[in-house]
Design a protein around this ligand. Structure first.
Ligand SMILES: [Mg+2]
Length: 212
């Protein structure tokens, strides 16, 4: 394998069934040359359901939960998990987030030990809520990063966790050079991928949160 292809799922690889099918057939013909990685905000379970439903190719690695988990053959990468666990106090962050009634927790299925996920529906005031949250976290000395995506999803993750850092971790492990790495995405949680040493494709239907 001499090429690393890192693709977001919703509204990048998936969203237009006919196009997905055509692209998958093309990819299949080059499959042996490519290390295929899906990088998604979805949980591991939800990703497996989508892969089955849309008949996607089986990836070599899965970056799930917006970079908070890495899987190979459905097994969690424990080195990545240990790396993220340093300086991460999920319980303290969860209780701080409770002070923000605008943040509605997403379903338990979308939470994991390295990710707290909420919905924030108040678009006009979203940025001030997120700024307040950021300030409170800093005041409390809690290391975390906030990722706002799809105009609605708020993920709080360890500072070192995002799709971009996860792909760079795999790129180094697989010793694939940056000019043989291609990342593709459409929304805010893909920004970190475009900040890495890699080539990038922003799809035509991308949201302004990424374009900006
Ligand atoms: Mg997407």
């Amino acid at each position: 394998m001499n090429f690393l292809l890192v693709i977001d799922l919703d509204n990048t690889l998936v969203g237009d069934d006919e196009a997905t099918l055509a692209f998958n057939q093309h990819l299949q013909s080059k499959r042996s040359q490519i290390c295929l990685i899906y990088a998604t905000g979805r949980s591991h379970n939800s990703t497996c359901e989508l892969i089955a439903q849309k008949q996607l190719l089986t990836p070599d690695y899965l970056i799930a939960g917006a970079g908070s988990e890495i899987y190979k053959d459905d097994k969690l990468d424990l080195d990545w998990a240990e790396y993220l666990s340093q300086n991460w106090d999920k319980i303290a962050i969860a209780s701080l987030a409770q002070q923000f009634p605008q943040l509605k927790p997403q379903s338990p299925k979308e939470q994991n030990p390295w990710k707290l996920s909420f919905c924030l529906e108040l678009a006009p005031t979203a940025s001030s809520v997120l700024n307040d949250l950021q300030e409170k976290l800093a005041e409390s000395g809690l290391a975390a990063q906030i990722i706002f995506s799809s105009n609605r999803d708020v993920d709080i993750l360890p500072q070192t966790s995002n799709k971009g850092n996860a792909l760079t971790y795999l790129q180094k492990r697989l010793q694939i050079p940056p000019d043989a790495t291609l990342v593709c995405g459409d929304s805010g949680n893909d920004i970190s991928m475009f900040e890495q040493d890699a080539r990038g494709v922003i799809v035509a239907n991308a949201l302004s949160e990424l374009l900006e």
